[in-house]
Design a protein around this ligand. Structure first.
Ligand code: GDP
Length: 444
């Protein structure tokens, strides 16, 4: 998961201060020592760490926090606010040009995920923003790059503009924009050439494309897992070309978070999107506040809801919500939802967006095995309608029959029944929490 290592350490530190009715300067000092180490170990730029620690310390020993009735929680609130600020504060929107099409240049080093991200961004623009993008293959030096974009276009059922590898990228970009106008595309995404290192030739070519197309956005794609290297690459592209935003890829595999936490502060350019996996729907708009919330183990329900809105049938979702609230959720609903939820992405990532999920024992390291899910589906399908509605009638004789019918074992059937019960209990607690939250207002 993204930021796992950092999240663990920060959450442990926060845990110590959370319940304190009185917070002294020494407490804050001790906490900040741990926070500082955690950030440095996460490969966050040392100047950024220094600044962050200074700001949080100053605010935490201020009157506002110390005099509050819940100083422990107030300190955590300060940490969350400053983490959010570090990652850019507000969510940064994608440009919409006054004239159509909006032109986006995708730039970055080879292997960062530029071509894949171009496809993902086109997919997101269409799915979530109802746009009609044109993909442009302007990386003529790596023949495989054109092919790769064309394959992505096929998968997405989207047109890809290409003139092969004998025409200059500047000419390709020019003709692509004409084509986009003629075919009423409202976004043009230009996949430019990558190199192994930042070099003059590359920058020269990118500057030429920039001059000619006058892009509304220049998105720099960097690999989050490369930590401070990503920050250096970003700084160098920004100095030479000027970028409008950064897209961090491979955040799904980045346990440390150094790039995500430093890039904005160092380059002063916002992180606009984050790549969370290899699949074409694994790109999310980057929300600093939600990211801070995930890091501190407070979950990210808003992203979860948005994922659901993009992927899940809204009528069915409403029905489900009602069932959760009235506790009439059955195995039939479970089976149906399993299918819908699976369309939202890897389950282990989804679970981690729930607030407090990190505190449920064992859930932090959960690896969802797709085979196991197929077993669950088979078990439910082997139940009678009555059993699905009223699992409490499932006696040991019935369990035997279900296990046989689904090609699983009694232990597996037992496990599922137990999990289902636990899940219902959790739903009850969560709906209780929501009601309480509505009445009192949550601390964050
Ligand atoms: P390019 O050379 O910059 O165009 O890079 P590619 O688009 O070919 O991507 C390089 C590799 O990174 C591919 O195997 C992609 O599937 C993978 N990749 C890209 N984005 C992500 C991401 O967000 N998460 C993960 N796990 N892999 C990614």
């Amino acid at each position: 998961m993204a930021f796992e290592g950092l999240a663990d350490r920060l959450q442990n530190t926060m845990q110590k201060i959370r319940g304190k009715g009185k917070v002294t300067e020494a407490d804050v000092k001790e906490m900040m020592r741990e926070v500082r180490l955690a950030l440095l170990e996460a490969d966050v730029n040392f100047k950024v760490v220094k600044n962050f620690v200074k700001k949080v310390s100053e605010r935490s020993v201020g009157q506002e926090v110390m005099k509050s009735l819940t100083p422990g929680q107030q300190v955590i609130k300060v940490v969350k606010e400053e983490l959010t600020e570090l990652m850019g504060g507000e969510q940064s929107q994608i440009a919409v040009a006054k004239r159509s099409p909006t032109v986006i240049m995708m730039v970055g080093l080879q292997g960062a995920g530029k071509t894949t991200t171009t496809g993902k961004l086109a997919n997101l623009l269409r799915k979530r923003y109802n746009r009609k993008p044109l993909l442009v293959a302007a990386d003529i030096y790596r023949p495989a790059a054109i092919k790769q974009l064309e394959t992505l276009g096929k998968q997405l059922n989207m047109p890809v503009f290409s003139l092969g590898d004998q025409v200059s990228p500047v000419e390709i970009a020019k003709q692509a924009i004409e084509q986009a106008k003629a075919d009423h595309h409202d976004y043009v995404l230009i996949d430019t050439a990558g190199r192994l290192h930042v070099d003059e030739d590359l920058m020269g070519e990118l500057k030429d494309i920039k001059e000619l197309t006058n892009p509304d956005e220049i998105f720099l794609v960097v690999d989050a897992m490369t930590g401070q290297d990503a920050v250096n690459v970003a700084q160098s592209f920004n100095d030479q070309l000027g970028v409008t935003g950064v897209i961090l890829t491979k955040l799904d595999g980045d346990t440390r978070g150094g790039a995500a936490l430093s890039i904005r502060a160092v380059t002063e350019k916002p992180i606009k999107f984050a790549g969370m996996g290899e699949k074409l729907d694994a790109l999310e708009p980057f929300h600093p506040e939600r990211m801070a919330s995930r890091i501190l183990g407070m979950g990210d329900v808003l992203t979860l809801i948005e994922k659901a809105q993009t992927n899940v049938d809204s009528e069915k979702a409403k029905e489900l919500e009602q069932k959760m609230r009235t506790m009439s959720f059955t195995f039939d609903d479970f089976l149906e939802q399993l299918g819908q939820v699976r369309s939202m992405g890897p389950l282990d990532e989804i679970i981690k967006m729930l607030p407090g999920a990190n505190k449920i024992k064992g859930l932090n390291n959960v690896q969802v095995d797709e085979k196991q899910i197929s077993h669950i589906e088979a078990i439910i399908q082997s139940m009678t309608s009555e059993e699905k509605q009223h699992p409490e009638i499932i006696s040991s004789g019935r369990k035997k029959r279900i296990a046989k019918g689904s090609g699983t074992s009694i232990q597996e059937v037992n496990r599922l029944l137990k999990q289902f019960e636990e899940m219902k209990k959790m739903m009850k607690q969560m709906s209780g929490m929501q009601q309480k939250g509505k009445k009192k207002g949550m601390p964050f």
